[in-house]
Design a protein around this ligand. Sequence first.
Ligand SMILES: Cc1ncc(COP(=O)(O)O)c(C=O)c1O
Length: 272
Amino acid sequence: MLLNGNPESRISILDRGVQYGDGLFETIAVAGGEPCLWQRHMQRLEQGCRRLKIDFPEDDNLLLEVYREINGRSQGVIKIILTRGSGGRGYAPPANQKSTRLVYYSEWPEYPAGFSQSGVRVHLCDLRLGRNPALAGLKTLNRLEQVLARGEWSDPDIAEGLLQDGEGNLIEGTMSNLFLIHNRNLSTPDLGFSGVAGVMRQVVMEQAGRLGIPLAVKMLKMRDLLSANGLFLTNSLIGIWPVREVNAKKYDPEAVSPSLVDAVMCRGFRFE
Ligand SMILES: Cc1ncc(COP(=O)(O)O)c(C=O)c1O
């Protein structure tokens, strides 16, 4: 693990990331020894830093640190954590901040092959996400909602949980973004008030556009989920998982366009 570029596995208890979750993170797939979708991850991190007024590190340094951590391994996961650093009085951000950055490698998570081929079972979570446009879209270190939601099921056959906000809008999975399919049309929730704007979601939107698949970004409700003939989930590590069941209601995992899956799996797992 690299802490501000130096090998270190401990972080100060005074760091604001530990104290307040005052920071951001990125989880990046490593394929063929390269960090996939690098530019997009850096764009989201930089945009998050701008919105939260956290110093953004030189991304050349970050990339060198990422390669040091990958250390010649072909497949795996890189996590980057960036906090506002230490200091300040209570919640007040310090006048002279120096962000803390952590870069570390972990093994590739081996999900069952059936998840991407025959689809996953999904639990509809009771927990409702808060609505906060100041944080919406960002991948902040505050993940308590996801921790509570993920605690709602223990059946290993259920791969993911779906989350609504306090007004009953469908938002995303606990660790993924959501797309609904009605005939050939795709829709994905508007993330203006809650949720993380995933880099793989962005890849799906671009590839759908390229393939001429109609796609709408809008507020989605339970009735849209119930009337859908298919749905799928995305993130940087899973790519696309078709869904075959949400709380015992069956969906057709083959409703997901194979050409979209091919395009996303091809674009989503390379260094760009
Ligand atoms: C809550 C949440 N939403 C969405 C995503 C998908 O983001 P990405 O496509 O950038 O991996 C993640 C990824 O971990 C997540 O934790």
